[in-house]
Design a protein around this ligand. Structure first.
Ligand code: SP5
Ligand code: ZN
Length: 347
């Protein structure tokens, strides 16, 4: 009998329900819906021989503090006092010099945020801490050597959240939480395959030579998050050379994507020879995604997963974006099946 993949998810992650976002001056329906998680869960439950579903352990506050600024954490807590159903959209973003911000005042949340698509509500703290707990529990399984792979169904996502800023639908950097736990046992590589550059993860490990960050994404000259994700961003100080950005133009199909993945990203990871791998797994590279502009098919995710599984590394797979909700379940399960195949077979 084949080994089941442990999956982590908590029902309270569904309590964060952004209805709309402001993007480019327009009010748009929010793509980061609870249906995303519902559909992923439904797809995994369809294959009970392949997945074992677990509720994460409540993560210690210290784990959030390892990655994030105390004041950012306090701000999310302050948001718990918002009236039920009310959402706060930061719309005033002061430059940080010579401004005094109060992290207990929601109206100051623009100081701790970089975009207007990432609202705060009374339930955000609960959902975001459980999302982070999924990442932490999955990493703990790998850390203890109980298993060699786990999937954290993180939602809200995390890779845009920096040490002290939220944005891009992200509050806590779930992938960074995994990496910081695993890092205690050796070098860690993070591969980010979301359509968008993982600016938060990049920033958190930018000076760290023990954590390699590799990201394949839509060229930030054209796509969110615009300011970050350029090839020239290669790390700082001792971390120089340990941040690898691979921007690619829109329209990229599965064949081209797999070529870039194996010729550039995987080569860099093999050379780094990490003890563990964290995958920031976004599915907004799918051809029908309403936000992303690549052309991957459902079957391509199998091959991407397989290529990562073949690295034969202890791996935590962390859910990031992916907004074609109708196909998200199929895409995630295609990826996870591929990963398990790659991890199992020799070659
Ligand atoms: C985790 C993640 O994937 N975050 C992505 C954040 C992107 N936010 C800006 C997207 C701009 C929205 N444009 C919508 C166009 C719909 N036709
Ligand atoms: Zn994305």
């Amino acid at each position: 009998m084949k080994k089941k993949l442990n999956v982590y998810f908590h029902g309270d992650q569904l309590k964060h329900k952004p209805v709309y976002e402001w993007a480019f001056g327009e009010k748009l329906s929010h793509p980061e819906t609870t249906t995303r998680a519902d559909n992923i869960l439904a797809a995994l439950k369809d294959d009970p021989d392949a997945y074992a579903l677990f509720t994460p352990e409540k993560a210690p506050l210290q784990m959030l503090r390892d990655i994030h600024d105390r004041r950012l954490i306090s701000l999310y807590k302050a948001a718990c006092n918002l009236p039920e159903g009310e959402t706060f959209y930061p719309s005033l973003f002061p430059k940080r010099n010579r401004v005094i911000a109060d992290e207990h005042d929601i109206r100051h949340s623009g100081y701790f945020c970089f975009d207007s698509g990432t609202p705060l509500a009374s339930t955000t703290w609960l959902a975001a801490t459980w999302s982070a707990a999924c990442a932490d529990s999955a990493a703990r399984l790998i850390e203890l050597g109980t298993d060699t792979a786990a999937y954290a169904l993180c939602r809200p996502p995390g890779h845009h959240a920096t040490r002290d800023l939220f944005g891009g639908y992200c509050y806590f950097n779930n992938a960074a939480i995994c990496a910081s736990r695993l890092r205690k046992h050796g070098r860690v590589a993070i591969i980010d395959i979301d359509f968008h550059h993982g600016n938060g993860t990049q920033g958190i490990f930018y000076s760290d030579p023990e954590v390699l960050f590799v990201s394949i994404h839509g060229d930030p000259k054209e796509f969110y998050p615009f300011y970050w994700g350029h090839e020239r961003e290669s790390g700082r100080g001792a971390g120089m050379g340990f941040n690898i950005n691979i921007p690619i133009p829109e329209g990229c199909d599965g064949q081209e994507y797999l070529r870039v993945l194996s010729k550039k990203a995987l080569l860099a990871i093999k050379k780094f020879a990490p003890a563990a791998l964290v995958v920031s797994a976004g599915f907004d590279t799918y051809r029908e995604d309403p936000i992303g502009r690549f052309k991957l098919e459902t079957a391509d995710f199998h091959h991407v997963g397989e290529a990562l599984g073949k690295l034969k590394l202890p791996t935590v797979i962390v859910q990031e974006g992916g907004y074609c909700t109708d196909k998200l379940g199929a895409n995630v399960s295609s990826f996870l099946t591929g990963f398990s195949c790659g991890a199992r077979r020799d070659k």
